[in-house]
Ligand binder design. Structure first.
Ligand code: F6P
Length: 495
């Protein structure tokens, strides 16, 4: 995709112009966000740049071959935009008002569903007006897709913000082949039952032909709930609907553009920058690294406490080990995220204040986001990657670190509550609630022999390089194409 493209028109600002019609597409992706970020040029003008996410990289070839369209929100409130093209890809913006950003996005998506689906590590709030907004916005996405999809098109809906779209879309467009993928965990039945709108969400998802999850356990939770709450017949991964349709619920663990990232990490510039990072920290024996969105599910507090205690009690010397924690700003207007930011600021300040020396703060804390090249350099620089979520659908940072360690060195400390733990079995796995256990795992990850670290990394690299994002997307789309056809319905195969 080209790095930038012309700015689309804001609807209604160009009076003489005919409003561009949304394109028609044989393959439609629907996600809460468009895969582009708005960037400001030096002369004050703005452009769109493809965001670095793996999802768009994986789907780009299929979109190109099929004249695909991507439907999503562009991230600003009260700003309707016309559909626009980015280097041959059709982007179809869905507008949100500031009330909808507050109620649908910050509210129901990230104040209700996010904590509920992540094991209630924060308290989910249930508000009827948030739910109403979620329904309204889901309907808008579904309506947009119904306009854009060609007869018999394949539509792939992404994630927890849009769980009602499959059913809404099927009602208006029964000719479509509809897939849904949930990027975050699907909770155990006991937690899901708390949701006042549990039946509507299950029925919403059942509008799809194929519902994908990160792990088999999540698919099983879903099928069990459908049996209990919607009373449909189920057998293993299949739900049988009274109208004759069958819906498959199955696991497709998502991955990364592993070879693309490895190629970036192999560039001499990445190694030069990695050396520079280590140098600026006084070339410690062990550089530990955490990279996360600043989210309460990520277990930042637990890992920093474990590291702080190792220094405070003298197990680790301050000259010997340094921790870099990158925390990317996220959902900053949501109350729980504000509290977390203050909490982590205080904790880092306390640890550095208690055990730091002049020129030697044990933790370097960066509340910022970085380009991919800097991330690759950080992964190259780190001896130990510390990934300790309390609950995580997958965790791609763990896979990214592995992809960058092409010398089979380095060590990964990984929470057993990250989806990635099912595949990266040779990581130093930890229970992030067990601070002593985490301290022991950090020490092992630092002090084990090189041979042991190589053995583990080799196995993890094989897993990540063989199961990349391309494999994920093609497996899902193949299964979607092969999902049982309801009688008499035509769908167009993807190219
Ligand atoms: O992990 C779920 C997810 O929605 C990702 O798809 C996304 O990159 C991340 O969380 C941040 O989401 P938001 O759109 O809320 O900034």
């Amino acid at each position: 995709m080209s790095p930038s493209s012309p700015v689309p028109q804001v609807e209604g600002t160009d009076r003489g112009r005919t409003k561009p019609r949304a394109p028609k597409a044989a393959f439609v992706v629907i996600a809460n966000r468009l895969p582009v970020d708005r960037v400001q040029n030096a002369d004050g003008s703005t452009d769109w740049r493809t965001s670095p996410g793996g999802l768009v990289a994986a789907l780009e070839p299929v979109m190109r071959r099929n004249g695909g369209a991507w439907i999503g929100w562009h991230g600003a409130a009260d700003e309707p935009l016309d559909p626009f093209e980015d280097d041959g890809l059709q982007l179809v913006p869905v507008p949100l008002s500031s009330d909808e950003v507050e109620e649908y996005y910050e509210g129901f998506s990230n104040g209700t569903l996010w904590p509920l689906y992540h094991d209630v590590v924060a308290h989910p709030e249930f508000h009827r007006e948030w739910w109403d907004s979620y329904v309204r916005v889901n309907q808008r996405f579904a309506d947009r897709a119904a306009e854009v999809a060609e007869d018999g098109a394949v539509v792939w809906i992404q994630d927890y913000q849009l769980q009602l779209v499959p059913q809404m879309l099927r009602e208006s467009r029964p000719d479509l082949r509809i897939g849904f993928f949930l990027h975050i965990p699907f909770p155990p039945t006991e937690l899901f039952q708390q949701l006042p709108w549990r039946k509507q969400i299950l029925e919403g998802l059942l509008g799809a032909d194929l519902v994908g999850f990160q792990l088999p356990g999540a698919a099983q939770n879903f099928v069990r709930l459908v049996r209990q709450r919607v009373r449909h017949k189920t057998h293993r991964e299949t739900v049988y609907l009274p109208d004759g349709r069958a819906v498959i619920a199955k696991a497709y663990p998502i991955s990364i553009d592993a070879s693309g990232l490895e190629a970036l990490a192999r560039q001499p510039e990445s190694q030069r920058r990695a050396d520079e990072i280590r140098e600026s920290l006084g070339n410690p024996e062990y550089l530990l690294l955490g990279i996360d969105r600043l989210d309460y599910t990520k277990g930042l507090r637990q890992r920093l406490r474990a590291f702080g205690e190792l220094i405070a009690e003298g197990t680790l010397d301050i000259e010997q080990a340094v921790f870099i924690q990158v925390a990317t700003p996220s959902r900053e207007r949501v109350g729980q995220y504000r509290l977390l930011r203050d909490d982590i600021d205080r904790l880092v300040g306390r640890i550095n204040g208690d055990v730091g020396r002049i020129g030697n703060p044990p933790i370097t804390y960066l509340h910022s986001s970085y380009p991919r090249s800097e991330m690759a350099a950080l992964y190259r620089a780190a001896d130990v990657m510390v990934v300790t979520p309390l609950r995580d659908g997958m965790n791609l940072v763990a896979k990214e670190y592995v992809a960058c360690r092409y010398h089979n060195d380095g060590a990964l400390v990984l929470s057993e509550f990250a989806g990635a733990a099912a595949e990266l079995r040779q990581a130093y796995q930890v229970n992030p609630y067990d601070i002593n256990g985490m301290k022991a795992a950090l020490m092992d990850a630092m002090c084990d022999t090189q041979a042991e670290k190589t053995r583990r990394m080799k196995a993890m690299r094989r897993q990540v390089m063989d199961n990349d994002i391309e494999h994920w997307a093609s497996t899902f789309l193949e299964d979607l194409a092969n999902a049982r056809q309801p009688h008499g319905k035509r769908t167009r195969p993807l190219l």
